[in-house]
Design a protein around this ligand. Structure first.
Ligand code: APR
Ligand code: PHB
Length: 389
């Protein structure tokens, strides 16, 4: 098989890139190792920057988001059970869309398959070759048969555990990592949300977050030690702990119910540089990971796709290579802004084992400063709603 761009990974990055390339008349093939239904069943975060909203609409994948998503003009932060609001719209003129990323992936699959896209699932043993030549190719095995895709470029959209980043020589690749000493225990429940906007809660017992998917589907998280297991947290224990950590008014009106999904996720900051090597481009989680506190995971993947799609479009349509030559530099500039913001929100809102009473007081003072200072709230708001592409 021959194509112009071989995309490894059929998550949001890979399928959005394939769809935007298709709209520019550029051929691509998506190789996904998991079955389609596995990819579409993943539970993921739910806050979209407005740049992401506009990119999904541009790709033709925005109809259900516009019909079912919630537009939020602000969010709440709280310290020791007392909350205050960050007015995104009043401070920046921008808002965010709350819409499950699981749904985003489903919408992208639908639009790509409607436009005749080739998303090959159950592609095992995917292996890029010749990335430092002018004739790269990718091999994979499906139903026991080895296949080969000859291409001009390879987009590594295969997430943190993918093959693409590993294909960059150690002598070239630089990585930066911070692993946090706690995890997020997440619960999905068919209950009305605790509040009409999200609540990020700092508490001396640990962080908590109240989010939602729709009017009768809520998503909650509490910080837990790394050695905790889901079975350590029966539903009632989770609800009791959540109530201890969130603002008193939200705790009083919280509607609880049986968890329909419960899982613990670790938190990590990670960046791989460069995001291009020869004919390989790293995109999304293949190149960077952020702790979910800033809700940046999918949004960063979308900005990578924006830069790469623009660069490939200029290459093929205008014979202009500046975009692909500067892809890594441009993408990483925005990646590091989001890494910094996600680290800052995580550091501000979580209880660190070694922070002590002084550290807790400093966090509470920073939250009090945010509440009193429009300048501080504006800085947080413009990062949360998303810096320009
Ligand atoms: N070969 C083929 N496919 C692979 C391989 C491989 N060797 N390794 C991983 N994959 C697939 C995974 O099965 C997954 O479907 O690549 C896809 C990567 O998708 P994500 O991990 O969701 O990463 P990305 O598309 O960059 O999405 C970025 O979107 O869903 C949000 O918050 C989430 O941060 C994430 C963001
Ligand atoms: C979610 O709804 O899952 C969510 C929202 C905001 C975050 C993280 C997760 O910062």
């Amino acid at each position: 098989m021959r194509t112009q761009v071989c995309i490894i990974g059929g998550g949001p990055s890979g399928v959005l890139l394939s769809q935007l390339l298709h709209q520019a008349g550029i051929d691509s093939v998506v190789l996904e190792r998991r079955p389609r239904e596995h990819v579409l069943a993943r539970i993921r975060a739910g806050v979209l920057e407005w740049g992401t909203v506009e990119m999904l609409r541009k790709a033709g994948a925005g109809a259900r988001m516009d019909a079912e998503g919630f537009i939020h003009a602000g969010t709440y932060l709280s310290a020791q059970n007392r909350g205050f609001r960050i007015d995104f719209e009043g401070l920046t003129g921008k808002r965010v869309m709350v819409y499950g990323q699981t749904e985003v992936t489903r919408d992208l699959y639908d639009v790509r398959e409607k436009s005749g896209g080739a998303i090959i699932d159950r592609a095992e043993g995917v292996q890029p070759h010749g990335l430092d030549t002018e004739a790269p190719f990718v091999t994979y095995v499906r139903d026991g048969e080895t296949q080969r895709v000859d291409c001009d470029f390879v987009a590594g959209c295969d997430g943190f555990h993918g093959i693409s980043r590993q294909s960059i020589p150690d002598s070239v690749l630089r990585t930066y990592e911070k692993v946090y000493p706690f995890g997020w225990l997440g619960v999905l429940s068919e209950t009305p949300p605790a509040h009409e906007e999200l609540i990020y809660a700092n508490h001396e017992r640990g962080f908590a977050l109240c989010s939602m998917r729709n009017k009768m589907l809520s998503r909650y998280y509490i910080q837990v030690p790394l050695d905790h297991k889901v079975e350590d947290w029966p539903d009632q224990a989770f609800w009791d702990e959540l109530r201890r950590r969130i603002p008193a008014d939200a705790a009083e009106t919280l509607v609880t119910g049986p968890s329909i999904e419960k899982s613990i996720a670790p938190l990590r900051s990670f960046v791989a540089e460069p995001m291009r090597w020869g004919r390989l481009f790293l995109v999304g989680d293949a190149a960077h990971i952020v702790p979910p506190t800033g809700a940046k995971g999918l949004n960063l993947a979308v900005s990578d796709v924006h830069y790469l799609h623009e660069g490939l479009r200029a290459h093929y349509l205008d014979k202009d290579d500046e975009g692909i030559e500067r892809y890594s530099e441009r993408a990483l500039a925005r990646v590091w802004h989001s890494e910094r913001f996600s680290w800052q929100m995580t550091t501000l809102l979580h209880r660190f084992p070694d922070q002590g009473a002084f550290g807790q007081k400093v966090q509470e003072s920073e939250l009090a400063y945010l509440e009193m200072s429009r300048a501080a709230r504006t800085a947080l708001a413009e990062n949360y709603v998303g810096l320009p592409f």
